[in-house]
Design a binder for this molecule. Structure first.
Ligand SMILES: [Zn+2]
Length: 88
């Protein structure tokens, strides 16, 4: 992935979190995330920040958005999804 497409992906992420991303852009973002570990890490961090902010203002919208985004990520990031916790 070249750096300029990562820059664009990060703009899309903030638009996505704001609920302001077109279907075409969302598809492009998901395609980029499927091939870019660093952008997946960035999005994960954004989601954590978003949830922390939501808890501060008592909003439940971001939790629903996070669930939706995580579902989308799970479908494009099977490596993370298959990681299991080891326990008794
Ligand atoms: Zn990227």
């Amino acid at each position: 992935m070249n750096p300029s497409s990562c820059d664009r992906a990060r703009e899309w992420m903030s638009d996505w979190l704001a609920g302001d991303l077109s279907m075409d852009e969302q598809a492009s973002l998901e395609a980029h995330l499927s091939g870019c570990d660093s952008c997946r890490t960035v999005l994960d961090r954004l989601l954590l920040q978003d949830r922390a902010l939501g808890e501060m203002v008592g909003a439940s919208l971001s939790a629903a958005l996070e669930a939706r985004v995580r579902q989308a990520l799970a479908s494009i990031a099977p490596v993370e999804a298959t990681r299991k916790s080891v326990g008794p």
